[in-house]
Ligand binder design. Structure first.
Ligand code: SF4
Length: 395
């Protein structure tokens, strides 16, 4: 079993940081930064923080460097301060995703003793049972699959941790609940902790305090810190556009679909682009939708690459499978029932007013997002033709 000091070095977001490294954790941020940047650890720290940002800028899925030493604690604390003062939602999401994903991988390498300690430290009501408990059995075509675990977590803690993850299979009713405890494999608790760590690094708008500018000014008096901040923000400025348009909608040479997508798709793509989590139905919908537009496999996979739990291998398998099966994307009716229709929020005239069908001589409502594309494309081409005619008339 690892020493608690080591666990805190590996996971600086643990509450024990305040107890075992109180000299660091309880310090005023300005004093902490001033001291650390004038120490002999400064160079190493700067290089690690910069590497971390570069991994995020280069869209690498896991941190290329994650040393489990005391500097790792400083990296985490500096990271939080930097994200706070940079105050950029896309960048925070990107960093939070890559950092929390690395945390998840590290947690999965821990033995059960260490995991138990980590859960206790987070004040989670987790119980370890000596004998593994069988909580699910599947029998498909004479193949038996048995799910067992030594861990159970109080349903209240489970709900608290899973509140942000809205997938169907995480709902309490779809889990093995017995006498107030959910039987769960440690890797599934770790996935919930990944979300916990991700949230810790995200900057909420209301978190920016009124003396933000003053705090920033004081921080910039520390030369090394300002230098690091300037380097990071300069790279970010040059990369930002790439991130804003990272979801490339063009799937045919010379054809750009970004302007003709329905609100339901735009909303999911913008969530993915910001690195937010997508629920299962959103993932399926976007996958089936892009597939029906004959979007190339690698581009569909890349749409998912910014998600907090992205796993390239698994996604590639699911994308290939969906492409083979050729599933039809959800209709507007289904999307409305899943609360995934955003016609009102986007005030979209095609979705709200429908279109005139010449064949049926009547005004019709959009019943499918693919129909939306057809109508929008038709209207845009008419508009373009009209503009061309007008400019020729003027000549
Ligand atoms: S009306 Fe249909 S196409 Fe338009 S946003 Fe809603 S679900 Fe999407």
């Amino acid at each position: 079993m690892s020493d608690i000091y080591d666990l805190v070095k590996r996971y600086p977001w643990l509450p024990s940081l305040k107890t075992y490294y109180s000299d660091i954790a309880l310090k005023n941020p300005l004093d902490f930064i001033s001291e650390i940047f004038s120490s002999n650890k400064s160079e190493e720290l700067e290089s690690r923080v910069l590497n971390l940002f570069n991994d995020a800028f280069n869209k690498i899925e896991h941190l290329s460097e994650y040393e489990l030493d005391e500097i790792n604690i400083y990296v985490y604390l500096i990271l939080r301060i930097l994200l706070y003062i940079i105050n950029d939602k896309i960048l925070s999401n990107r960093i939070a995703n890559i950092y929390s994903k690395t945390t998840y991988n590290e947690l999965n390498k821990e033995n059960e003793y260490n995991l138990y300690y980590i859960y206790q430290d987070l004040n989670l009501k987790v119980i370890y049972e000596e004998q593994p408990f069988v909580y699910k059995k599947f029998v498909v075509k004479e193949q038996k699959e048995i799910f067992k675990t030594n861990f159970k977590i109080s349903f209240l803690d489970y709900l608290k941790l899973a509140s942000n993850l809205k997938d169907e299979y995480r709902k309490l009713v779809n889990n093995a609940l017995l006498q107030g405890y959910v039987y769960i494999k440690p890797e599934n608790i770790n996935r919930l902790l990944q979300e916990h760590v991700r949230k810790k690094l995200l900057i909420q708008n209301n978190e920016v305090s009124s003396d933000f500018e003053k705090f920033k000014e004081r921080l910039f008096e520390i030369h090394e810190f300002k230098k690091l901040y300037t380097t990071i923000t300069k790279i970010w400025e040059s990369k930002k556009e790439e991130f804003e348009y990272s979801i490339d909608i063009t799937f045919k040479e010379g054809k750009d679909y970004s302007g003709i997508l329905p609100p339901c798709i735009k909303e999911i793509l913008s969530k993915a682009q910001e690195g937010q989590n997508l629920v299962h139905t959103e993932r399926l919908f976007i996958l089936w939708f892009l597939n029906s537009l004959k979007y190339p496999e690698d581009k569909i996979i890349n749409v998912f690459s910014t998600l907090p739990d992205f796993d390239r291998e698994k996604t590639a398998y699911q994308v290939k499978y969906a492409m083979k099966k050729g599933y039809t994307p959800y209709s507007c009716k289904s999307l409305k029932s899943y609360n995934l229709c955003f016609a009102n929020e986007y005030k979209d005239p095609i979705c709200l007013e429908g279109y005139y069908s010449r064949m049926q001589d009547e005004q019709k409502f959009i019943s499918h997002p693919l129909k939306y594309i057809e109508v929008k494309e038709y209207r845009d081409s008419k508009k373009l033709k009209k503009t061309k005619n007008q400019s020729q008339d003027q000549k």
